[in-house]
Ligand binder design. Structure first.
Ligand SMILES: [Zn+2]
Length: 179
């Protein structure tokens, strides 16, 4: 058995996020038990250790740079990496569809279990300040103003159901750093 290369892994996550049309449709299934989530394979760092302290300040980049992300999502990516010591955060995927991944306005934070809970909870608690449009985590959809996650239909895999990554979509423009 070979380890899935991280780039492909993230691309798979991004693709799964493209399949989320029909979010407004009520989901019939309950969220599956946590035990069904597989552990993510290990990944090399995407954010170098030297950049972590700088990233804490949500410093804006001057352009898309090497991540393909819009400046504000790129800044939040750095902040999440610094605050949660999470190194595998992708987001941009080339294409012309309406996915926020195509426009550089979505992040996929590759985590499972409590690590994902902590990140998703922090993003939700600071969503308006962070200019977040919505979050998908563990087969649940959340947007600012909602009290909790709305269950989503089973899309057939751990990745497609967001048990191995937190998806964060951003509105256009920028936000500011939570203290
Ligand atoms: Zn995604």
């Amino acid at each position: 058995m070979t380890t899935t290369p991280p780039l492909r892994y993230l691309a798979t996550a991004a693709v799964s996020c493209l399949l989320l049309a029909g979010l407004s449709a009520p989901a019939a299934q309950a969220r599956p038990a946590r035990s069904t989530a597989k552990a993510a394979s290990s990944h090399p760092s995407w954010i170098g250790p030297g950049k972590l302290s700088q990233a804490w300040n949500c410093s804006l980049t001057t352009g898309r740079g090497t991540t393909g992300l819009a400046p504000w999502p790129a800044a939040v990516r750095g902040r999440i990496g610094a605050q949660f010591q999470t190194r595998t955060i992708g987001g941009f995927r080339p294409g012309n569809g309406r996915s926020d991944h195509h426009s550089g306005h979505a992040l996929d934070v590759m985590v499972t279990g409590r690590d994902g809970d902590r990140i998703a909870d922090w993003v939700r608690a600071n969503a308006r300040q962070l200019n977040v449009k919505y979050v998908i985590w563990q087969q649940g959809y959340w947007q600012p103003g909602m009290s909790g996650y709305r269950p989503m239909a089973d899309r057939g895999s751990v990745t497609a159901n967001h048990w191995d990554h937190v998806h964060i979509s951003f509105r256009t423009g920028r936000g500011s750093c939570p203290s």
